[in-house]
Design a protein around this ligand. Structure first.
Ligand code: ADP
Ligand code: MG
Length: 663
C-alpha cells in the first residue's frame, strides 16, 4: 500500500495527483514522509487582553471598530479590535472602489478567532496579518504542511490521516543496535504528524532527525568509491593560451582555486573538490580552467547545471572562451530536438566533442563518453549525491563541484565531508556591492516609480515575492493577484513577465524572454535561479522581505548589478519587528555572503512552538543543521562505527532506504 499512488487517498483524482507529483508527492509513502513544517498551538484559547507579546497564540473575542483605508495604490489597511483590547491589522490588495473582499468577510463576524503573534503597540497589543477563523477551530496541536498550489492545509491533513492507516507498513530501517531506545520508525512518523504531547513529539523528532542524518552521511561515505583517478598533465600550451586570453586579472581567491585544482587534477588520486564562492566571485573561470586542462590531456568534460536556462547560458559562455582554442563545446538538454541530441551523444561517444554542458539529461543511460576525465557540477545544492555519482559513473573522472550557497564552515565540513573545500572569498576588483535599502511600505509607490524610470532608461528589473511554501498566510493566489495588480497598475507602462511558483516549462520561457530583453520586468513568486546572469538587470524589489532567509536575500540581490551599472535592491517589509529589522540590516549593511550565512544562523527567529525550518535549501526534511548539531555528531559516529565493523549487505532494509533517500 505504501507504494500505491496518492490517488487512493481521499480527494485526489488523476489531475490533482499529476499536479502534486511535481512537488514530490507520488505515493502514500511520500505523503507519510512529508512532515509538517511547523505546528500551531491550538491547545488553548487566550483572552485578547491576556495575549503574550512575541508568541504565536490563538485568541478569540468580539470584533469591533472595523475600518478600512487606502494606504497606496491598490493597497489597503484593515483594522479592527478584539474585545476592545487587541488591535488587529491586515494589508490587502484592492483596486476597485468598493469594500475589499476581506473587509466584507470580516464584517460578517461577531466573534472572531485569530491566530498570530502579538507585538506591543501604542494602545496595547497588536496582531498584524493574523490568520482568522469565523468559526471555532479544532483544538490541539495542528500540523502545518508546506503549502502547495490549490491544496489547503485541511486537505493535506485529511490525506495524512488516511495515509496513517498504513503507517505500520513502514519498515524499521535502522539496525536495532543503532536505533537503541529510540521510538520505532512507524511510531515516530505517526507522532510527528499528530503529536500527542510535547515530549512524545520530541522523541519522535529526535529519532527522525537522527535517521535523516544517518542516511545522509552513510550515503556520502558509501559514494566514496576507491578508484584510482586520472593524472592530468601539468599546464601546457593550451592552458597558457586560455589564461592569456582572459580579459581580466584573476583574484587571489581564483588563483588559489586554480592552483588547488591543478594539484588535484595532476594527482593520481581522484579529485573531489568543492569550490564555494559567493555569487559573482567568478567560479566559472575555475571550471573553464579545469576543462581546458582536461582537454589538453586528451580527456572530455561534462558540466551539469540545474536548469535548461542555465545550461544555455553556460554553453554560450563556454563557447566564447573555449572554441577559439579549438575546443568543441556542445549543449545537451532534454528540451532539444531528438536528432540534435543524438548528434551530440554520438560526438561524445566517439570523442568528437570535448566539452558538454547540460542538465540531468547528461546522466541518462544513453549518454556515453569516449574518455570523460572531468565532471563539473554547478550549483551543487540542486543535485543529490546520487546524481553526482551518476555523472562520475560515466567515466573515471575528477569531480569539481561549485556552489554559491555559502554554508558556514563548521557545517560545510559535516555536510560535504567527502569533498575537499576551497573558498573564494573576495569578489573581482571594482565590483560594486548592490545598494540595498530597507524601505517603509508607505513609500512603495515611489519604489515602483523609480523602477519604472530605470526601465525607461533601457534597464531591466526583478520583483520577487516570497516562496509560496514559506508562509501559509500569503498563499499563491494572493501573490498572483498582487502580481496581476502590479502589472495593471504601477507597472502598466512596461513589459512584464510573470513567473508563478508552480509553473513548469513556461517558467524557463519567461526567463529566456527576460534574458533576451523582450521583457523589462520579471515578477516571480519563486526564487530566481541562482546563476541567472542578465547583466542588464539593475533593479530588484523584494516584497515581504522579512519572510526570506538572509542567505536567500543575499543570493537574490546578486542577480542585479552584474553589468557595469550598479545594482539597487529594495527590501519592502510590511511586518517589521525589531528582530526582523536587525536581520534585514545584516543584509543591508554587509555584502559578505559567508558573514551573512553565519548571522543567518545566529539570528534565527524565535520561531514558534517547535521552531520553523528556515534553512534556505531544503537539504533535509526535518533536520535543522544548527539546532540538531548534537544529533548530527551522534549520527556521524554511528556511521563511522558501522562502516568499520559491518558491511551494508547485512542490513537490507537500511540499504533499501538508502537507495530511496533523495537529497
Ligand atoms: P559565479 O561565481 O557567480 O558563478 P561567474 O563565474 O558567473 O560568477 O562570474 C561573474 C562575472 O564576473 C562574469 O561576468 C565573469 O566574467 C566576471 N569575472 C570573473 N572573474 C573576474 C575577475 N577576476 N575580474 C573581473 N571580472 C571577473
Ligand atoms: Mg556560477
Amino acid at each position: 500500500m505504501l507504494d500505491a499512488s496518492v490517488t487512493v487517498l481521499p480527494g485526489i483524482g488523476e489531475k490533482r495527483a499529476q499536479a502534486i507529483r511535481n512537488l514530490g508527492l507520488e505515493t502514500v509513502r511520500d505523503v507519510l514522509l512529508s512532515f509538517p513544517r511547523t505546528y500551531k498551538d491550538f491547545q488553548t484559547i487566550v483572552e485578547p487582553s491576556q495575549v503574550e507579546i512575541g508568541v504565536e497564540q490563538l485568541t478569540s473575542g468580539k470584533l469591533t471598530n472595523l475600518t478600512e483605508r487606502r494606504i497606496s495604490q491598490g493597497r489597503r489597511l484593515i483594522q479592527g479590535q478584539l474585545d476592545g483590547s487587541l488591535t488587529l491589522t491586515w494589508f490587502v490588495y484592492h483596486k476597485g472602489p468598493g469594500m475589499s473582499y476581506l473587509l466584507r468577510k470580516l464584517q460578517k463576524a461577531e466573534t472572531l478567532w485569530v491566530y498570530g503573534v502579538a507585538k506591543p503597540s501604542l494602545f496595547g497589543a497588536e496582531m498584524s496579518s493574523p490568520e482568522f477563523f469565523l468559526r471555532a477551530p479544532r483544538l490541539g496541536l495542528m500540523p502545518v504542511y508546506p503549502l502547495m498550489a490549490g491544496v489547503s492545509n485541511d486537505q493535506r491533513i485529511r490525506w495524512v490521516e488516511a495515509a496513517l492507516k498504513h503507517v505500520h507498513e513502514l519498515p524499521e530501517c535502522l539496525p536495532e543496535k543503532i536505533r537503541g531506545a529510540r521510538p520505532g520508525r512507524a511510531e515516530a512518523v505517526a507522532e510527528i504528524h499528530f503529536p500527542k504531547s510535547r515530549s512524545r513529539y520530541e522523541e519522535a523528532r529526535e529519532r527522525l532527525v537522527f535517521e535523516e542524518f544517518f542516511l545522509f552521511l552513510l550515503g556520502l561515505q558509501g559514494s566514496q568509491e576507491v578508484r584510482s583517478g586520472i593524472a592530468h598533465k601539468p599546464d601546457g600550451e593550451l592552458v597558457k593560451r586560455y589564461r592569456a586570453r582572459l580579459p581580466f586579472q584573476l583574484t587571489k581567491g581564483q588563483e588559489d582555486a586554480l592552483r588547488q585544482v591543478a594539484a588535484d587534477m595532476e594527482a593520481e588520486r581522484p579529485m573531489r573538490r568543492l569550490i564555494q564562492g559567493d555569487v559573482g566571485s567568478g567560479k566559472t573561470v575555475v571550471a573553464e580552467y579545469g576543462a581546458v586542462k582536461a582537454v589538453a590531456s586528451g580527456g572530455q568534460v561534462a558540466m551539469m547545471v540545474p536548469t535548461e536556462v542555465l545550461a544555455r547560458q553556460m554553453v554560450k559562455r563556454m563557447k566564447e572562451s573555449l572554441e577559439p582554442l579549438g575546443i568543441s563545446v556542445e549543449l545537451l538538454i532534454g528540451n532539444m530536438k531528438g536528432k540534435e541530441q543524438e548528434r551530440v551523444r554520438a560526438a561524445l561517444e566517439v570523442g568528437d566533442c570535448d566539452v558538454v554542458v547540460g542538465t540531468h539529461a547528461l546522466i541518462t543511460e544513453k549518454v556515453n563518453f569516449k574518455h570523460l576525465s572531468l565532471a563539473v557540477v554547478d550549483e551543487q545544492h540542486r543535485f543529490g549525491v546520487r546524481q553526482r555519482s551518476a555523472l562520475l559513473g560515466k567515466g573515471n573522472a575528477d569531480l569539481l563541484v561549485m556552489s554559491a550557497t555559502p554554508i558556514p564552515r563548521s557545517l560545510a565540513l559535516t555536510i560535504y565531508g567527502d569533498l575537499d573545500t576551497t573558498e573564494i572569498r573576495e569578489l573581482p576588483a571594482g565590483r560594486q556591492a548592490v545598494d540595498t535599502r530597507l524601505v517603509d511600505p508607505a513609500r512603495r509607490d515611489d519604489v515602483y516609480r523609480y523602477l519604472v524610470s530605470r526601465v525607461h532608461q533601457g534597464e531591466q528589473a526583478y520583483v520577487v515575492f516570497p516562496l509560496v511554501d514559506e508562509s501559509e498566510h500569503l498563499d499563491l493566489k494572493a501573490a498572483t493577484q498582487e502580481m496581476e495588480s502590479l502589472k495593471d497598475g504601477l507597472l502598466s507602462s512596461v513589459r512584464v513577465g510573470l513567473i508563478h511558483g508552480q509553473m513548469g516549462k513556461e517558467k524557463e520561457a519567461v526567463f529566456e524572454a527576460f534574458a533576451a530583453g523582450e521583457i523589462d520586468v520579471c515578477l516571480a513568486t519563486t526564487v530566481i535561479e541562482v546563476g541567472m546572469n542578465v547583466p542588464n538587470a539593475t533593479v530588484m524589489v523584494i516584497e515581504n522581505a522579512e519572510r526570506f532567509g538572509l542567505a536567500q536575500l543575499h543570493q537574490l540581490r546578486g542577480r542585479v548589478g552584474r553589468g557595469n551599472k550598479g545594482g539597487i535592491c529594495f527590501l519592502l517589509a510590511y511586518n517589521l519587528t525589531p528582530h526582523s529589522r536587525d536581520r534585514l540590516n545584516v543584509v543591508r549593511t554587509s555584502n559578505d555572503g559567508f558573514f551573512i550565512a553565519e548571522e543567518d544562523l545566529r539570528l534565527r527567529g524565535p520561531g514558534d512552538l517547535f521552531g520553523i525550518r528556515q534553512w534556505g535549501q531544503p537539504l533535509f526534511r526535518l533536520a535543522d543543521l544548527k539546532e540538531d548539531q548534537d544529533i548530527l555528531t551522534k549520527a556521524a559516529l554511528q556511521v563511522k562505527e558501522l562502516l568499520e565493523t559491518h558491511s551494508l549487505a547485512e542490513y537490507p532494509e537500511l540499504r533499501r532506504e538508502l537507495e530511496r533517500y533523495e537529497w
